[in-house]
Design a protein around this ligand. Sequence first.
Ligand code: FES
Ligand code: MG
Length: 590
Amino acid sequence: MTEKKKDLRSRKWFNNPDDLEMTALYLERYLNYGLTEEELRSDKPIIAIAQTGSDLSPCNRHHLELAKRTRDGIIAAGGVPLEVPVHPIQETGKRPTAMLDRNLAYLSLVESLFGYPIDGVVLTIGCDKTTPALLMAAATVGIPAIAFSVGPMLNGWYKGKRVGSGSVIWYARQELAAGRIDGDEFLSIAASSAPSNGYCNTMGTASTMNSLAEALGMQLPGAATIPAPYRERGQMAYETGRRIVDMVHEELNPDQVMSRKSFENAIVICSALGGSTNAPIHLNAIARHLGMKLTNADWEKFGYEVPLLVNMQPVGEYLGEDFHHAGGVPAVIGELLRNDMLPHPDALTVSGKTIGEIYRDFAITNPDVIRTPANPLLQRAGFLNLSGNLFDSAIMKTSAIGEEFRTRYLENPEDPMAFEGPVAVFDGPEDFHHRIDDPSLGLTDRTILVMRGAGPIGYPGGAEVVNMRPPSYLIKQGITALPCIGDGRQSGTSGSASILNASPEAAAGGGLALLKDGDTIRVDLNARTVNALVDAAEWEARRAEIETIMGAITPESQSPWQALFREKVRPFAEGMVLDGAPEYRAIART
Ligand code: FES
Ligand code: MG
């Protein structure tokens, strides 16, 4: 039994003999709804439940219910729970993008955790950006923190087939464009993919980030993948509540858990999961708030060669419930450990034990859903880090390159590593939607589609729009994918082989701003380069107009936060953190 911590942080508010006046003020208000002096002034840690659920956030709404069990666990272990609202983030509901609000939720949670009498925090995670926002805040403030997923939705079904969140939209939009379904059927297919509460049931950004929160050591083993409506989800809520109280007494802080080692492990696990291309942005951000520099080069170094083990949509077949029954994240980590593929088995977790101690014996219970490294779904499931005259860093998930694209497009289908073609440039998603089907653009099966003005500044927060579909006249000829390059993001539920997250973005003066329709781009994945093949003098001459182009692709801010965000934001490659925010780490810990 750990000794109880004597100098609880919250006692500076509620039990400060040097300042009776303020102590009285702090106390009277928190007592007035029935808390007792014993709860606020003794050795009971005050535990925040950072609540991301609300009616605005359907994916995380079940946390409102689960928090009751978390409270029970906190009380059972001798803590005092306080539920703290987090700025809502709903991936599919927020205009212009939910990503814009990641840093806003981060900022507001930092203020709540830092400015109030809180000793430890349960981070309720789920929908895409809620996970990084809360982990970033825990990293800044540094008080003991444990994450707790809402859990994935149940599997979706349509006409006897599994239909997964998001992924089904990419499929249905092709069917619609080809005239095989109508609008009503489109809506029915979409609705069938979301049969219960919980986060997206595909291996999109939500499954990825919830799994990586466990991989980083920040959740109890198994907490990422229990489906939201299952009884085990409530039991895990209770255990999480119990554990955070002990963590406060043990002084187990996020710095100790989310070490450099944990991040390198998480990159490997991300590849084995087939994780979303949003993961590097978020993990690079969390690391920065812990004072570490994690880069896209690290993602390639540790993750590129790792095979894909998890057979989940969009790349594979199954969904969240199947993944859970096959062993979930623990089985994936166990398999990596048994094959000596996890670089740091000695990385610490919130359980107080190392990842190696905890996970080694978790077995795969369905070998089709979770594969072994000897029988993977795909080789080299990680991301390449690319650069050239269009950007300093962009990532590509080469394992998402489809068969039709491989044989049609790449120079050597056996080793598909280089291609070039003329570009069609779109200034943001609206421009794309207006013009893509216009036959006068003359797109062919060799065209490279470029999306710019979709980065953190251009489309505040960065739009998930780089996975562009070909024009409908090409889809009808069987051309289902063209190469895409852009300074925006791509939904984790999309399987497109795109070059994404280009940094710096066009709106910040990146090379994509200089590109013109009809220029040729050469992509050489062996050399890790992407270049516009434009005469150097001509390229420099275009720079004279760059301010005009940047202005043209950056619409007016529609809210004060958009304007502040645009002034302060760093590129995707640097985690899209707010300039200077990581420097407050030390100060917030006092
Ligand atoms: Fe919220 Fe996917 S939209 S988890
Ligand atoms: Mg998404």
